[in-house]
Design a protein around this ligand. Structure first.
Ligand code: 4NP
Length: 148
């Protein structure tokens, strides 16, 4: 089973690089043949590495996301990827406005459709644990679902 998956948040520096790193680690563990990338709807952070908190929480789980560089989602991405996974409702709306019909929401895979909280404005590191747990649970459930 081959499937291409693009995780999309706003800046592509906090949430979606984490979801990408978790997904890549999980497909490797399972031996699945998925192509995984991430991007942001915004352009403010193009070329930047993931935020410190996301890098730190990923590292605590043995996942290195330091080499990721932020990029903005394009119309070509929407055509190219089998599924686009939005990290919150606003990301999903923005992707639909770009013409995407293949958009899912990560929180629908284990968190009753909740938005993954945006850690960009978090005060300190604590909140990143919740973001990690949510991404991990939902990413695993999504990949399990699509590898059937
Ligand atoms: P992300 O977090 O969407 O999880 O990468 C954000 C990054 C940057 C901004 C907002 C959220 N920003 O407003 O610049």
């Amino acid at each position: 089973m081959h499937l291409s998956v693009l995780f999309v948040c706003l800046g592509n520096i906090c949430r979606s690089p984490l979801a990408e790193g978790i997904a890549k680690s999980y497909i490797k563990e399972k031996g699945f043949d998925f192509a995984i990338e991430s991007a942001g709807t915004g352009n403010w952070h193009i070329g930047e590495p993931p935020c410190e908190g996301s890098q730190k929480v990923a590292k605590m789980h043995g996942i290195d996301i330091s080499s990721h560089r932020a990029r903005q989602v394009t119309k070509e991405d929407i055509k190219k990827f089998d599924i686009i996974v939005a990290l919150d409702s606003k990301n999903k709306e923005d992707l639909k406005a770009m013409g995407a019909h293949n958009v899912l929401k990560l929180g629908d895979f284990g968190y009753s459709g909740a938005d993954v909280p945006d850690p960009y404005f978090f005060d300190g590191f604590e909140g990143f644990h919740e973001v990690y747990e949510m991404c991990e649970t939902c990413v695993r459930n999504l990949i399990d679902e699509y590898s059937k």
